[in-house]
Write a protein that binds this ligand. Structure first.
Ligand code: PLP
Length: 498
């Protein structure tokens, strides 16, 4: 199996190369040249399996240059101990044929753990094959969730170091505590005086500076990236759609061969693209429903073919979906336009220059044959949280609530009653202010964070994740704050190579 670049389809590399490098030198994203197909027997065989066994079956179709024993060890390391649910990603029936796929039982209570618990293993194995025994240094700029998930994933993984920069005033107090109390012998965390863009620009500058690279090489270290366009973050996400289908069959929700719909709360288009790969591979999927918050750039694109980032940016109660450039969309367009990298260069060149592009009517038809899309505002999100708890006894977070709202509207508009799975991307306790506000019907922003957790527990009879409650008594380990200009020096001191 080979991978190519969305911006240069003459390229041919291994999965190890794609994962080690993260992004292609031409600026494109790595994609498989052929999407593996599975048959009904393959899907039937998944039903009695554990999540780890299902992961091995799906991953080995894509990571063909990984030895079998390595995939076995990697999946065990990632999923055996760090998820609080025995099924790793359980499916919960909400009502009649609507099901919730809970992707947040990992260490940081958000779906990014599903990929970031596995990525360090995939990356260290890949890097050994591609570039020898160098120590890998992961640099992350984060606006909250990704930084913590990456820290937990890379914590104490031999052969790696991880350094995270976050905007000192740009993350929630809970998110800050999650990062500054991080344990592990190979981790470093530093706050930046500035906003997320300052942190990101600083990281990019360090990452691409030949001087810094040389200095690291002198210590037998090399930078790598854990960001969401790395193929090593996408491929673990394909697994849980197969797993969800197998669970629904095991629960008697569907018979094998029946089609399902999948609804995904979407930001960077990674999660829903994984569902599209699963569908292309032969998983019986009818429609993919893309749900957005007030940042509705994808709703417009998937219905009109016009992508336009020139619009107001909204800060919402589902912040992990506050995005105007959905990077992984590039992969979908590449596949749907027949691997035409010239066309991708044209479209994304336009996006860089003018902030917009329009795909051909033929391409739009292909998109609409599979995707539906919708969006909702914060008020509707809050209403869904309150109503879903009242009517179905199920407590969901703000991102999941966006997906539920959009799904309900889709079902009402189309009458499509196909059994459906809604991806639930975070624990409701992770976004406690908005969730509690919705339940109480009033503003609770003045309340202490840990009081909010206790109040949600009291109101709903559910339990807050232990790792969030434990933060109350945790002492911060990383108290450093630096300016954008001091970031390079901070990297050296965190790595101990001053
Ligand atoms: C990252 C994230 C999303 C968006 O996922 P994409 O793959 O970027 O579309 C949705 N919900 C939560 C809670 C997230 O952390």
């Amino acid at each position: 199996m080979h991978y190519t670049s969305t911006r240069d389809n003459t390229l041919s590399v291994s999965s190890s190369f794609a994962i080690t490098n993260g992004i292609s030198v031409d600026g494109g994203l790595f994609v498989p040249t052929e999407i593996p197909r599975v048959d009904a027997d393959f899907i039937a065989s998944l039903v009695p399996m554990t999540y780890i066994q299902r992961a091995r079956a799906v991953l080995s179709l894509y990571l063909t240059d990984f030895p079998k024993e390595e995939i076995e060890a990697d999946t065990l390391g990632a999923y055996e101990k760090s998820f609080a649910h025995s099924k790793t990603a359980p499916v919960v029936n909400l009502r009649d044929n609507v099901n919730i796929l809970e992707l947040w039982h990992g260490p940081t209570c958000a779906f990014k753990d599903m990929a970031l618990q596995l990525l360090p293993y995939l990356l260290t194995g890949s890097a050994k094959r591609v570039s020898g025994e160098k120590e890998i240094v992961i640099l992350v700029a984060t606006s909250g969730d990704t930084g913590k998930a990456a820290l937990e994933g890379f914590k104490d993984v031999p052969g790696t170091r991880i350094l995270v920069f976050f905007p000192n005033d740009g993350v929630s107090p809970m998110q800050k505590l999650q990062m500054t109390t991080q344990q592990g012998s190979n981790v470093g965390v530093c706050a930046i005086r500035g906003n997320f863009d300052d942190a990101q620009t600083g990281v990019k500058k360090i990452f691409t500076d030949p001087r810094v690279r040389q200095r690291l090489a002198g210590q037998n270290m090399a930078f790598s990236s854990a960001n969401s366009i790395n193929w090593g973050r996408l491929v673990p996400q394909i697994v849980y759609y197969f797993s969800a289908y197998a669970e629904m069959a095991a629960m008697g929700q569907i018979a094998l061969g029946d089609r399902i719909n999948i609804t995904v709360p979407t930001g960077n288009f990674g999660n829903i693209l994984a569902a599209w790969y699963a569908r292309e591979m032969g998983l019986p999927v009818n429609r993919l429903i893309c749900a957005s918050n007030a940042n509705d750039v994808l709703t417009e694109f998937l219905t009109t073919g016009h992508y336009n980032r020139n619009r107001p940016f909204h800060t919402t109660v589902s912040p992990s979906m506050d995005i105007l450039i959905s990077s992984n969309l590039e992969r979908l367009l590449f596949h749907l336009c027949g691997d035409d990298s010239a066309e991708i260069n044209r479209l994304f060149g336009q996006l860089a220059q003018t902030g917009e592009y329009t795909v051909s009517p033929a391409l739009l038809e292909k998109i609409k044959a599979v995707f539906s899309a919708g969006c909702c505002d914060d008020e509707a999100t809050g209403r869904t949280i309150a109503e879903t708890f009242q009517n179905d006894g199920y407590l969901c977070d703000t991102h999941t609530a966006v997906a539920m709202t959009v799904y309900d509207a889709y079902r009402k508009a189309t009458g499509d009653a196909t059994p459906t799975v809604i991806a639930s991307t975070a624990s409701p306790y992770k976004f406690s202010a908005a969730v509690l506000g919705a339940l109480e019907g009033k503003d609770v922003s003045g309340m202490d964070d840990f009081e909010k957790l206790a109040r949600i527990e009291e109101l709903t009879g559910t339990a807050a994740p232990a790792q969030l409650k434990a933060l109350k008594n945790a002492a911060p380990r990383f108290t450093g704050v630096c300016t954008k200009e001091e970031m390079e020096q901070a990297v050296y001191s965190l790595l101990g190579i001053e």
